[in-house]
Ligand binder design. Structure first.
Ligand code: GDP
Length: 368
């Protein structure tokens, strides 16, 4: 109980010793010290490295609200492999007059044939449809170092000497991005000291920029509609692409079904013979069957032939829920949030997409 009163001398967050992934974590031994610093601030101070932590929805809204009241540049990071799932829907209502740079990370996962200008155009259009008007849009790979120089120049240009707020939901690669910037800006030197930390409870940490302004790392918000929350760690490794995705093309007749492991399913109900292009982790097993056999197969083989999820995790796995669509536009993606997507090139197909209860499935204009 006593623990509840302790705050981090760095960022002001309330200290907890239970969950390393959550904000405010400090190892129990740290509580014996006179001043307590949370693990996130500790890492930044001693290793010049930020760590990803996540935050409950309400607290995240508070942070966005604070950003709206301040004057600076907002850098919003999305995962280009999970564009809609990592979007942060409410952001435009909060940022106020602040400029936004939209940064699509993990571009290394997309097939090499993808043309960057076309994809950037697609991102601009999608952002507009989702209510956001960024001043500029970039594609990067924080991990591979692709496009970093350009985006750093843009940050410097658009911040006009003011502060920078980096936002994004968990797992978009925000920490990887910031750590790369810290390395580029500071070299290996330890320029970050606790005196730079704000004594507030905003849960944002400050990284000083050359001219006295600061870059704020905000905690990521968990997107509950992503597939990642419904599988265990080992299966997450299978469904998270690590390398360039090799699209798999299926010529389907009416009344055929594709299973994506046992995590999702696509029934092609009506519309003549046509091709479906699947963009998923190369390791995810895709199984084709007849629609009439699909229910029985799933009943018998989930956790076995149809995995992930592995058998031991099946009990906790939510039931698959059907979503019916008619494809009306040419070049449409059927997106399984956080898992991947299937492109249908010609309109007119009747399909049913199955995802675990709680996971989103949407249609969008084709990304590739
Ligand atoms: P955060 O939660 O937003 O801070 O995300 P992290 O920086 O911890 O990254 C989440 C995961 O995405 C990690 O497994 C990273 O290795 C991976 N990741 C980050 N940047 C990239 C990238 O540019 N390409 C790829 N393929 N993976 C990335």
């Amino acid at each position: 109980m006593e623990q509840q009163l302790i705050r981090c001398v760095g960022c002001g967050v309330q200290i907890q010793t239970e969950d390393e992934k959550q904000i405010g974590y400090a190892p129990p031994a740290a509580l014996e010290k006179e001043t307590v610093i949370c693990q996130r601030c500790f890492r930044l101070k001693h290793y010049n490295e930020v760590q990803d932590v996540s935050l409950a929805d309400d607290d995240f809204l508070k942070i966005l609200h604070e950003i709206g009241k301040s004057d600076g540049l907002v850098v919003k990071i999305v995962d280009i492999f999970d564009f809609n799932g990592s979007w942060l829907p409410g952001l435009h209502r909060f940022v106020g007059k602040n400029n936004i740079l939209l940064v699509g990370n993990k571009v290394d996962l997309l097939p090499k044939s993808v043309k960057y200008p076309k994809l950037i155009h697609w991102m601009k259009k999608s952002a507009k449809d989702l209510g956001l008007k960024p001043v500029d849009v970039f594609l990067i790979s924080a991990e591979k170092g692709i496009g970093m120089k350009k985006v750093m120049e843009a940050i410097d240009h658009y911040r006009f000497g003011k502060d920078v707020y980096v936002v994004g939901c968990t797992n978009v690669g925000k920490s990887t991005f910031i750590n790369r910037i810290i390395k580029e800006v500071t070299g290996e030197g330890n320029v970050i000291t606790t005196s730079h930390f704000p004594g507030t409870t905003l849960d944002m940490i400050e990284i000083p920029l050359e001219d006295g302004a600061v870059m704020y790392d905000t905690p990521g918000i968990i997107n509950h509609h992503q597939m990642a929350h419904y599988v265990d760690k080992k299966d997450l490794k299978i469904i998270t692409p690590k390398k360039e995705i090799k699209p798999k093309v299926y010529q389907l007749n009416e009344s055929q079904t594709l299973f994506f492991g046992g995590l999702a399913r696509l029934d092609y109900v009506k519309g003549g013979r046509r091709s479906f292009v699947c963009y998923f982790s190369n390791e995810l097993n895709i199984h084709r069957t007849k629609l009439e056999k699909a229910d029985h197969l799933y009943e018998k083989q989930r956790g076995e032939l149809l995995q992930p999820p592995r058998a031991s995790y099946m009990e906790q796995f939510p039931p698959l829920v059907a979503h019916s669509f008619t494809i009306k536009e040419p070049k449409t993606d059927i997106v399984f949030s956080g898992l991947g997507w299937v492109t249908c090139n010609e309109p007119g197909a009747q399909i049913v997409a199955y995802v675990p209860k709680g996971v989103n499935v949407i249609l969008r204009k084709s990304l590739i």
